[in-house]
Design a protein around this ligand. Structure first.
Ligand code: CTP
Length: 399
């Protein structure tokens, strides 16, 4: 168990996003970590220390001393296996970068020897300000992990970048840091995930039922194992892992361009996206109006991204494809494995209950080009399926 005996120190500073820190504390405690909280005076106005103390099952640290007893920030810093400051305000980020130590959280930061993760939260102009960006750049250059901010409505009522990433993403990011099986360390991995949308006119598109869940589960597993990940993601509502390089695309042609621009220097390429095979021959600039009678759409073939990469890849690159089939499954998967020059193909059959799009589970068979080996797996959560797939990929690295 990665959680066993692991200590998470959560720092909370005075942003309205502090209300989300309660949930972050809860996520760590529920997973079995030891959790302590250190907060600034300003943060206590956003969320009560009592709430955090109850949730963390520990006393909350705020002041340098309590009842004439020193709160030892050195010990607190050394206790932590990870120190995550969420939310981290512009003020705290600036003080961290200049060694200002005027509260317990900052002195703890200066004493800590463990990895430090910041989840910034602030208004969009503060975020964009050159001073904030310079501070972030400098802290990053000293090895501080700084999660990206999200785009959306801010407490000021303005819309833009500055929202703290969701607690689940922070939790997953830290879990991956602590994951001990780092067998993808130093490997560059490219994953395509999600559906593609092919525009018909400004309001309509042709899409498919892929949610991107399997691809995102694979992305999280690669990140946990230390891989250097690029995720090329079609339109999906599922949030991608924090700290990962994500390239958002919409259509098959956008996805193809991103893959072709990025695959050359990758070690492992996983094609988990459900790419449209056809796209409208022409896209109307204005909304197509209904008329009497039927409408016939003309579609043209899209480029096969996986097959193109299969032709161009070098002998050290590992290419993994997916096949979703409804009949003659093994035969079809074997044909695609050879035709697209995959090293592995992951087959799911729509005949299997709980497999395929939109489910949280999947049941897969992996076919290997190397020795024509066929491995069958049980129905599992997509997260566990991702572990099985990456285990098979890692076996190819050892060849
Ligand atoms: N794929 C791709 N680009 C496309 C179509 C598919 O990269 N334009 C990739 C998918 O990501 C998947 C694999 O190819 O890894 C198999 O896709 P699939 O659509 O099942 O294969 P097809 O050859 O299109 O077979 P069919 O339509 O006969 O099922």
């Amino acid at each position: 168990m990665i959680t066993e005996g692991k200590n998470i120190l959560i720092g909370i500073t005075g942003s309205i996003a502090a209300y989300k820190s309660a949930y972050l504390v809860r996520l760590f405690v529920k997973a079995g970590y030891n959790v302590k909280v250190v907060m600034t005076e300003a943060a206590t106005e956003m969320i009560t220390p009592l709430t955090l103390s109850v949730l963390s099952k520990n006393k909350v640290f705020i002041d340098f001393s309590e009842n004439n007893v020193w709160n030892n920030h050195v010990e607190l810093g050394l206790w932590a296996d990870v120190f995550v400051i969420a939310p981290a305000t512009a003020n705290t980020i600036a003080k961290m970068n200049h060694g200002i130590a005027d509260n317990l959280l900052l002195t703890t930061y200066l004493s800590a020897k463990c990895p430090i993760v910041l989840a910034p939260a602030m208004d969009l102009d503060m975020w964009k300000h050159y001073i904030t960006q310079n501070n972030i750049k400098e802290l990053k250059s000293h090895g501080i992990d700084i999660l990206s901010v999200e785009n959306g409505e801010l407490a000021s009522g303005l819309f833009g970048e500055g929202r703290m990433v969701e607690p689940e993403s922070i939790f997953e990011y830290i879990e991956s840091m602590l994951y001990e099986k780092k067998d993808l360390q130093g490997k560059k991995v490219l994953i395509t995930a999600g559906p593609t949308y092919e525009n018909l006119d400004p309001v309509r598109y042709i899409g498919n039922r892929s949610t991107g869940k399997m691809g995102i589960a694979l992305a999280k597993e690669v990140q946990r194992r230390g891989g250097d990940l690029t995720l090329i993601l079609g339109p999906t509502k599922i949030s991608s892992p924090a700290g990962v390089k994500v390239i958002n695309v919409e259509s098959a042609v956008d996805m193809a361009k991103s893959v072709f621009d990025n695959f050359q220097n990758q070690d492992i390429i996983i094609m988990a996206a459900a790419v449209a095979d056809y796209t409208p021959k022409s896209v109307s600039k204005t909304k197509i109006k209904k008329k009497e009678g039927d409408l016939i759409l003309e579609l043209k073939r899209t480029i096969d991204i996986a097959a193109t990469v299969g032709k161009k890849k070098n002998e050290n690159q590992i290419l993994i494809g997916f096949a979703l089939e409804t009949n003659s499954e093994l035969e079809n998967a074997m044909r695609k494995l050879k035709k697209k020059n995959f090293d592995l193909i992951v087959l799911n059959s729509l005949k299997d209950e709980g497999a395929g799009f939109a489910h949280d589970t999947n049941k897969i068979t992996i076919l290997s080009a190397k020795n024509n080996k066929i491995s069958n797996f049980e129905l599992k959560s997509k997260e566990k399926v991702a572990v099985d797939i990456i285990d098979e990929v890692v076996k190819l690295l050892d060849k």
